[in-house]
Design a protein around this ligand. Sequence first.
Ligand code: M6R
Length: 603
Amino acid sequence: MCGIVGYIGKSNTSEILVDGLKELEYRGYDSAGIAILKSDKIEVYKALGKIVNLEEKVSHNECTLKEDGFSIGIGHTRWATHGKPTELNAHPHLGEYSYVVHNGIIENYKELKDELIEAGHKFVSQTDTEVIVHLFEFYFNQNNDADLSFDLTIKRLEGAYSILLITKSQQNKIFFMKHGSPMAIAKGKNEGEILFASSDAPLIGLASDVVYLEDGVSGVASSSGLTFSTKVSWSTLSNSKQFAQKDGFRFFMEKEIYEQSDVVVDSMMGRLQDDSISFDELDPSLLDGINEIKICACGTSYHAGLTSTYLFERFSKIRCSIEIASEFRYKEPLLTKDTLFVVISQSGETADTLEALKMAKNAGLKTIVVCNVDNSSMTRVADTTILTRAGIEKGVASTKAFSTQAVVLWMMALSFGDIKNNISKEVLKKEIKVLREVPLALKVEDSVHEKCKRLSKRYLHGHGFFFIGRDVFFPLALEGALKLKEISYLHAEGYPAGEMKHGPIALADPELFTIALMPQHLHYDKIKSNVEELSARDSTICAISPLPFDLADDFINTKKTDHYMLEFFEMLIVLQIFSMEITVRLGNDVDMPRNLAKSVTVE
Ligand code: M6R
């Protein structure tokens, strides 16, 4: 996540930058900062937390670079990925005479940093971003050509990024590059004005023409205009801020579904090596004397946790169980110190999960929270925090929180197996290779979205839904059912497929819709038999599978992969979009369903 803005023009630069950052605050608010360059002076302001703190600092110091000609500036609001949320780690980052803001992750930053330190550059932050500005100055010190130095710099960067860079060595220019993370550039309404932003929300009202940069496009903006490394196409800017904050998607939920493929890259960043997995936050000695893992969570986080119980036992060979936090609290649980207590929460504020965590802590257990929000109540209580790095999730129906939790927990299961010497190097390597394919599995295919949209017509009138699956596809079935019921208000239940004949199958008739999760690589024949039994009793079957299934009334074809966890994420996308499209047809509020709140801070 993170958001960046930039401005060239004669208006009040600090005000435009700060207002722009406010529009991007939903992308992260660990810290914010701006740098303004005029003639050979650069003023920099940084503040921790929300943009309002930055705004106060800027107005308090009354930004001394007053506008009597062109000035240029860049700004950033941060969702911490590398390095804690501190002022030192806040953007813009400084070299000796240049500043950079960056959204994304520089994957090869460690090797670049080593190389630059060797060359005499001094680093002050723990971020990956700082290498960009030093690399630029490294080249500039050699060739004295800012344009060439910027080109040489971006050629060395690996990962996903959008960058704005200003330098005293070229006082009227902003250098930019987009690769993987979003960037829009607009021509302002006043003569010579150019604006940059991570989404078009900050541009609305200030500009009418915009270009949404494609990956690989770089260029230079100056008071005399814009040059791009390739041909770009301009479009007219929308007038709606709400629309813009959603990056053009209809709902935050839809935007967040589409974002999953990118955010899981952040979840894995710096944690995956070729043959090992490590979390900076996790000291391996935490597992000393641990013979059992107990997980507690609510809602979607519970489903991610349930998924992980299969993975922890399979890969780390540690006994693992999960409980719904509101049940756990009142059952007088037996807690022993050889149990590692793990809570999972998007918000870090869910009252029941927080209380369960406190109970475990008070009983002297070692505790971990897997959480999306740093500095939340749970991160302050737990011994160890492992952040999922999904970025702010606005839709009440969790989507990217779930996929990032599932990825992080799967990595933890593998890492624990390695620490305990319970997993072979071959298996570990193979799983790491599969993890790297998750972003692709989470990419939304147009054909899949279209299919869900078309099918949504058929699944509006019935007396309910069964979502069924086996193994990790059982928690996924629970999650599919929860997604559907919370936004469409239709009755849906998730079941382990093998459990149907122990009662639920009595409900089967043509008005009972079965959504069958039929992965190729996990118990395919078993689930096939369960679905056949339902079909024989006339339930309407929608099969989700990479393999064709004759008895299905409807079929959503997922891509063929060679691992069940890739099928898991492919199917997750289908379930999320299917629920959303049914909800659209029913005319419900997708982002703010009735009776629900994003964060349940009461028990
Ligand atoms: O913030 P948490 O992950 O602790 O929240 C737990 C549940 O309230 C949450 O997952 C809820 O079930 C969502 N609405 C599901 O989409």
